[in-house]
Every structure is written in structure tokens, then in C-alpha cells.
Design a protein around this ligand. Structure first.
Ligand SMILES: NC(=O)c1ccc[n+]([C@@H]2O[C@H](COP(=O)([O-])OP(=O)(O)OC[C@H]3O[C@@H](n4cnc5c(N)ncnc54)[C@H](OP(=O)(O)O)[C@@H]3O)[C@@H](O)[C@H]2O)c1
Length: 378
């Protein structure tokens, strides 16, 4: 059965990667999965374009590799900026009310939440999302409304995509294996920076190196305020069965707050070099010497049972050199979970690349497979 998809955020990093991956699927793979994904819609922040027959592979490959804008797409029906709010009606008008999967690879907040709710409540279409805001930033009711039917909503790419943490926690909760604690290193960027610092690199140099390797957001501070880690922890805690909100998380930013007020990122980096390199290095050295510990930026959940609310924290922690967190290298993510069955003595552990463009896009494609009605009845 043909699966029609509409990609929101088609001109972004993840958008172009998933378009490439879909275009590169060869016919034998289609036959194996009985899953011919056909891209019928593309949107960026300004325009959307529709080709009800499906955009050709050649076109998709060209679109993704030449960094074309949606407004410049030829041979398709195009709608301008005012059209994005009418996208659902337009698609319904073309007979795509039920038979459509929207892939959200934008970083939008309220507009994405409202669109997801609109699709789930008012249409029969499905969603696969790498955008974590709709499930991680708003109240628990929004999360429940969106995720209650897994045959219509898939979001494994929103947190630790590469490690499959979202479906694993959800399945543990569903079979009644209660989750008591989670400890996780959820940010590849902060993992890399703290690892380099533990090897003696200065804070400002570690940030510059992470930037140079393309690990950070365009403004590196977006990775260092703890918000992204907290959104991921919100999702993981909800999967573990706790009806918590983003505001229940105690967030300690990696950098002092005043560094987020400086307008120019380059100016900020210079001030970090001047004011923070030495104290951060001294602190790391003395902790290493006196307690055989190093620093990592971690997320944690502690549940003490009964009706108690879990304690949720995100921040810099000193960890023993023997701990698996201290042995983490590069941008690897790590999660350790204690449940009724995976006890303190034998916790569940997973380590590996948490995200990255290729892995995120491939996890979205796995979510597309799950949304295929035959596969979704797992
Ligand atoms: N990068 C990763 O490795 C990774 C991993 C996991 C999850 N994610 C998540 O995936 C999402 C995309 O990340 P990215 O790095 O690809 O971001 P990006 O490069 O900034 O791309 C964002 C895309 O969204 C489009 N967009 C913005 N507002 C829109 C709207 N109202 N309607 C339709 N499209 C809109 C942008 O269009 P314009 O070109 O017109 O601005 C652009 O195509 C984010 O939520 C991110 O957190 C990323």
C-alpha cells in the first residue's frame, strides 16, 4: 500500500536528509517492506508545494542536494506564506484527509503543537515527528492527547533516537515494570565538551572544537542552557508513566545565566575564555585530585514509590571515574534505568549515538513503517 507523506521542514538539515533517504530507497526494498513511501507535499517556513502524483526520486534528490527552497519548486501546485495555515484543508480538499502522514522536522513550538493537535483531533491523518516541542514542552494533557494512539502518532526520534529509549521505556511501563530511576547523558554536544575538558582542554576551546565539528546549534548557547536536555527528560519521564510537566524539572544551566544575555555569540565565547576557562579548569582538577571524580552534564529521575512525584534534575554532576558516565567519549549518549525487574544490581544500560542527521532520519523512516497499518498493529 502506498504511503503518502508530507514533509514539514523540508529545507532543514533533517528534512533534506530524510528526503535523500526516501529517494534512495530502491525498488527491491519497497517490495520487501511493502512500503512505497511517496512524497506528495513539501513545506518550509514560507511555502508549501503539492504533487498529488508524488514527487519523483530524481526531483527529490535534486531538491535535497541543491538546497532548493520550496517556493522555487517547478511543476507543482504552490501555496505562499498565507497558505501554510490552510494546509490541512487544502490536503483534505484533494482527498488526503485520511491517507496522509505528516513528518514534522521543524523546530517550531506553538504552531507545531497546534498543528499536531489539529491533525490528531480533526483528521484521520498520521504524524511522525523529530520535533520534540509538541510532546516535551507543553502540559501533560497535550502529550496524552497526541500520543494516545500509536497507530497515528510516532515520536521515537524526539529523544535518544539512536538508542530507541522512547519505545523501550513505554513498553516497560505498559507491561507494568515500574521505573524507579533514570540517569542519562542526553546531549552529544555537552558530552563532547565535558569529555574534552576532563582530558585537559579549556572550556572555550572545547566549545570552539564542538562548533567546528558541527555538533552545536548555530548559536552554541542553545545547547548549553539545559532546555534541550530537559525537553528530552520530560519525554522520557512521561514514557516511563509519570504525568509530569516540563516545569517539574530543576534545570541548572551549564553556563551561568549572564552568558545567555550577551547578544553576540562570538563576544560571549571570548568572555567565556577570559572569565570561565580558569575557574572551570581549576574546579575540574581539584575534583579529580581529591575525589577521583570528573564532571558530566546529566539528566536524572528518582521515584521513591507510591503516589510520590518523581524528582527530576538536569545539570552538571561530579561522577566517579569508575562510572560508565566518566568513561563516555565523544558525542555518545548513555542511559541507565532501574526498574522492578532491572534492579540496582543489574540496571538496563544503553550507549551509542543518540542522534545525528542520518540516524534521526532513519528512525523517522522506521516510525513510518510502524505507521503503516499492517506494521502498526504490533
Ligand atoms: N539535527 C539533528 O541531529 C536532530 C536530531 C533529532 C531531532 N532533531 C530535531 O529535528 C528538528 C529539525 O532540526 P534541523 O536541524 O533540521 O533544523 P533546521 O535545519 O533549522 O530546519 C528547520 C526546518 O523547519 C522549517 N520551518 C520552520 N518553520 C516552519 C513552518 N511553520 N512550517 C513548515 N516548515 C517550517 C524551516 O524552513 P526555512 O528553511 O524556511 O527556515 C526548515 O526547513 C528540530 O526540532 C530538532 O530538534 C534534530
Amino acid at each position: 500500500m502506498r504511503q503518502n507523506v508530507f514533509i514539514l521542514g523540508a529545507t532543514g538539515n533533517v528534512g533534506r536528509e530524510i528526503i535523500q533517504q526516501i529517494a534512495q530507497q530502491d525498488v527491491p526494498e519497497w517490495q520487501r517492506h511493502k512500503n512505497p513511501t511517496v512524497v506528495v507535499g513539501l513545506a518550509d517556513s514560507q511555502n508549501f508545494a503539492i504533487n498529488t502524483g508524488g514527487f519523483s526520486r530524481e526531483f527529490l534528490q535534486h531538491f535535497a542536494s541543491t538546497r532548493q527552497r520550496v517556493g522555487d519548486v517547478m511543476g507543482a501546485e504552490k501555496h505562499g506564506p498565507e497558505g501554510n495555515s490552510n494546509m490541512l484543508q487544502t490536503m483534505e480538499g484533494k482527498g488526503y484527509g485520511e491517507d496522509m502522514v505528516y513528518i514534522d522536522v521543524t523546530g517550531e513550538k506553538e504552531t507545531a503543537r497546534d498543528l499536531h493537535l489539529n491533525i490528531i483531533k480533526n483528521t484521520k491523518s498520521q504524524i511522525a515527528t523529530a520535533n520534540k516541542n509538541p510532546v516535551g514542552l507543553y502540559d501533560y494533557n497535550t502529550y496524552q492527547e497526541l500520543t494516545k494512539d500509536p497507530t497515528r502518532y510516532q515520536y521515537s526520534a524526539t529523544a535518544m533516537a539512536g538508542l530507541g529509549a522512547v519505545p523501550w521505556l513505554s513498553e516497560r511501563h505498559t507491561i507494568g515494570d515500574r521505573i524507579h530511576r533514570i540517569d542519562a547523558s542526553l546531549s552529544g554536544t555537552l558530552g563532547f565538551i565535558t569529555d574534552e575538558m576532563s582530558k585537559g582542554m579549556k572550556l572555550s576551546n572545547a566549545i570552539m572544537e564542538a562548533k567546528k565539528r558541527g555538533y552545536t546549534e548555530p548559536d552554541f548557547r542553545d545547547d548549553l542552557n539545559g532546555i534541550d536536555v530537559a525537553r528530552k527528560l520530560t519525554i522520557l519521564a512521561r514514557e516511563a508513566g509519570f504525568p509530569i510537566g516540563f516545569n517539574d524539572i530543576a534545570i541548572t544551566s551549564f553556563l551561568p545565566q549572564e552568558y545567555f544575555m550577551i547578544t553576540d555569540p562570538q563576544d560571549c565565547l571570548e568572555r567565556i575564555g577570559k572569565n570561565l576557562d580558569e575557574p572551570y579548569a581549576d574546579n575540574a582538577k581539584s575534583t579529580l585530585k581529591s575525589h577521583a571524580q570528573t564532571y558530566r552534564y546529566l539528566a536524572s529521575l528518582r521515584w521513591s514509590g507510591g503516589n510520590s512525584k518523581p524528582e527530576l534534575r538536569v545539570g552538571t554532576e561530579a561522577v566517579s571515574l569508575e562510572s560508565p558516565f566518566a568513561r563516555l567519549h565523544g558525542t555518545d549518549n548513555f542511559i541507565q534505568v532501574v526498574t522492578d525487574m532491572y534492579t540496582e544490581a543489574k540496571p538496563y544500560r544503553l550507549q551509542g549515538p543518540g542522534a545525528g542527521l542520518d540516524i534521526t532520519a532513519s528512525v523517522l523512516r522506521r516510525d513510518l513503517l510502524r505507521l503503516q497499518s499492517s506494521v502498526a498493529r504490533f
